[in-house]
Design a protein around this ligand. Structure first.
Ligand code: FE2
Ligand code: FE2
Length: 120
């Protein structure tokens, strides 16, 4: 079987997450965008976590902890209600930076592990 250098679902989902984070910074973005971020990130994290557990990935606990921090950020945002545009822009920047570090850091390690296991 031909090996690829990336996992397509993971790359595609990260791309969508960055797009949703951009939408949060838009002036007329409402709570529905935050809810969309909540639902989509949960779906993405859950899929990564299913792979980790299925493959007995050694870094599972710390990776789930990192996901949980992001989950907490989104939950507290949802509890806040309507936020003004400047605050949403700041949140968008903060979460985008977090996600970039995550995607280029421990998600890359997970990707390499899944590819080596040939289970994508
Ligand atoms: Fe990810
Ligand atoms: Fe992750």
């Amino acid at each position: 079987m031909k090996k690829t250098s990336a996992i397509l679902w993971q790359d595609a989902q990260h791309q969508v997450l960055f797009e949703i984070l951009d939408m949060i910074a838009e002036p007329n973005a409402g709570k529905d965008v935050l809810r969309h971020l909540h639902d989509y990130s949960e779906q993405h994290f859950a899929l990564e976590e299913r792979y980790m557990i299925a493959l007995d990935y050694p870094m599972t606990a710390s990776h789930i902890k990192a996901h949980d921090r992001f989950r907490q950020e989104i939950s507290s945002l949802l509890e806040l209600g309507e936020a003004d545009p400047a605050f949403r822009a700041a949140v968008s920047t903060f979460l985008t930076e977090w996600l970039k570090r995550h995607v280029l850091g421990i998600d890359k390690d997970l990707e390499a592990f899944i590819l080596a296991a040939d289970l994508k």
